[in-house]
Design a protein around this ligand. Structure first.
Ligand code: NA7
Length: 537
């Protein structure tokens, strides 16, 4: 008897991912009574927080905004312990959400989606998993995260290294004990800056391999008192409402004042006061010209440079750690817990890769142009193929078999960052061209998912089976995203926002930088005008 392939299972929607976005998407699907299957490559819920278990991993948004708003009960029941939640607590929160709303049964875990092809004849998506499952769905909703495709640079010789190596974004679940070990960390982005102070306390020696010195602002993380928690819970609705309409989805916004127009003593006082507060507010709740005017930016950059010089005792190390040549804030600004102080420890050394580049990895460590640094373990804090990487690697094929990767060779083409022409009924939660990583992620996610479900409701009411952007609307949106970015200092810097960290990736500023509140308003207007810029069939 020949093996007959079973007919694909038919559902209304397939969801990929079980992080904040996937969980909320499944919640909404259940609420609307739409049949669905959801897939997650990890063994449990959590997304980013399932994988990024490196020492010191923490959210850079305050806990009271880095959470869901869709349920008042959930909001009141859950109590965060710290100002900035750390990875284990965020993972517990997401597990709680999954249990509380009975979301887990919707997911197949340890199941990678290996392809999704749009069939024009049936107007349905055919989705395949690594286990050979076939599903036919009307809607494909990607909730794959923006920073989930980990990048290990192709440094020759990694295969011969006798020690252990790790990427921060794919950290072993059992944890890693660096006690008594000589550890090398490559990379000084947020993950490096969060993990370096913690690893330094464990390792016998830590060598930090730095390619570009980074600016960083103190997080000043701390436990929340009972009184604070009570006040926050009492005011949570107003706090959240402010986030919804602010520039970066946070409960603060740019000040009306401009750095170049205020008195320099007042500017200094403001910088100092915000520095003491800690957190992103130092930059993104500050003078509104900081990210658009190079001279204003230089005032902020000089302030941080001074702080570095004041903290780091060895003048040569301080020199190497001091960033220059790019505006502060145009690489994703890290928050830290004693990062620069760590370089005053006797067991920490810094290798400036601009002076002595890595040549290869050898059995016993890393060889730079100068010498071999003997290591027992290497930590790659080398980042991600951001925003487009998580989507293009799924193997999504639209009309005529075109892949997303092929369509986006010159940079992502989307309308509102949620849909892309030629891929009908594909919805990308926090896709490129939306504010996504420039805002508080849960705020971005909820807005996108709500918009998607309003759109699906609209289609249901009008009996429409497919939606996709018009060519004109998509081209205009791509141009608008670029125009907004070009009015800022961001495009001048090599950053993952620009795709500059991935060899061969087109140099395009990928997120929408017009402000989260403005974006929310635009999306609402598109919907009010009968989904202007979309065509239905
Ligand atoms: P990032 O921010 O992309 O940082 C990666 C770091 O690794 C950065 O310092 C890079 O230097 C460095 N890097 C990358 N490739 C190499 C090679 N080949 N050699 C040496 N150094 C290298 O990633 P993170 O994981 O820290 O943060 C990602 C986001 O996650 C973060 O912003 C939050 O939003 C959460 P470079 O600056 O490119 O010279």
């Amino acid at each position: 008897m020949s093996a007959v392939r079973p007919a694909p299972q038919e559902v209304d929607a397939v969801v990929i991912g079980a992080g904040f976005a996937g969980l909320y998407t499944v919640y909404r699907l259940k609420q609307m009574g739409l049949t669905h299957r959801a897939f997650e490559r990890g063994g449990g819920v959590g997304g980013t927080w399932y994988w990024n278990r490196y020492p010191g991993a923490s959210s850079d948004s305050e806990s009271w905004v880095y959470s869901f708003t869709f349920s008042r009960e959930l909001e009141q029941e859950w109590t965060w312990s710290r100002r900035f939640p750390e990875q284990p607590e965020i993972l517990s929160y997401l597990e709680h959400v999954a249990e509380r709303f009975d979301l887990k049964p919707s997911f197949a875990f340890n199941t990678r989606v290996t392809g999704a092809a749009y069939d024009e004849a049936t107007a349905r998506w055919h989705v395949e998993t690594e286990h050979g499952e076939q599903i036919s769905a009307r809607f494909l909703i990607t909730a794959v995260g923006c920073l989930s495709a980990a990048q290990v640079p192709k440094i020759p010789g990694l295969g011969q290294f006798k020690g252990a190596w790790y990427h921060t974004g794919e950290w072993p679940h059992e944890g890693v004990d660096f006690t008594g070990k000589r550890v090398g960390v490559i990379g000084t982005g947020s993950s490096g800056i969060q993990s370096i102070p913690v690893i330094a306390k464990q390792a016998s020696h830590l060598t930090v391999f730095q390619r570009t010195p980074n600016f960083s602002v103190p997080a000043r993380n701390r436990a929340l008192s009972r009184e604070e928690v009570e006040t926050l819970k009492r005011n949570i609705r107003e706090i959240r409402e402010t986030c919804r309409w602010s520039s970066i989805g946070q409960p603060y916004d740019w000040k009306d004042a401009e750095a170049l127009k205020v008195d320099q003593a007042a500017l200094r006082r403001q910088f100092e006061a915000d520095w003491e507060k800690g957190g992103f507010e130092w930059m993104f709740g500050s003078f509104r010209d900081l990210l658009v005017d190079p001279q204003a930016n230089a005032l902020a950059a000089d302030f941080v440079r001074e702080k570095i010089q004041a903290v780091v005792k060895d003048p040569e190390v301080a020199r190497k750690l001091t960033p220059s040549g790019y505006p502060i804030g145009t690489k994703r600004l890290p928050l830290d817990a004693g990062y620069f102080e760590t370089f005053n420890r006797d067991n920490v050394s810094l290798v400036d890769l601009r002076e002595t580049p890595i040549e290869e990895i050898v059995a016993t460590g890393i060889r730079t142009r100068e010498r071999v640094h003997e290591l027992d373990a290497i930590v790659f804090a080398t980042g991600f193929d951001a925003l487009t990487g998580p989507l293009t690697r799924v193997g999504i094929r639209g009309r005529g078999g075109e892949t997303l990767a092929a369509k986006w060779t010159a940079g992502p083409q989307t309308y509102l960052g949620v849909c892309t022409r030629g891929f009908p009924n594909l919805f990308m939660v926090t896709g490129p061209g939306s504010p996504s990583v420039l805002g508080n992620m849960p705020t971005s996610i909820e807005q996108h998912v709500d918009w998607i479900f309003d759109c699906i409701t609209h289609m249901r009411e009008l009996g429409q089976s497919t939606i996709e952007p018009t060519a004109e609307a998509e081209a205009a949106w791509v141009a608008h995203v670029k125009e907004l970015a070009d009015a800022t200092l961001f495009p001048h810097t090599d950053s993952w926002y620009m795709g500059a960290n991935i060899p061969g990736k087109p140099r395009v500023f990928m997120p929408y930088i017009g402000g989260f509140g403005t974006y929310r308003q635009l999306c609402a207007e598109v919907a009010e005008k009968g989904y202007e810029g979309f065509s239905f069939a």
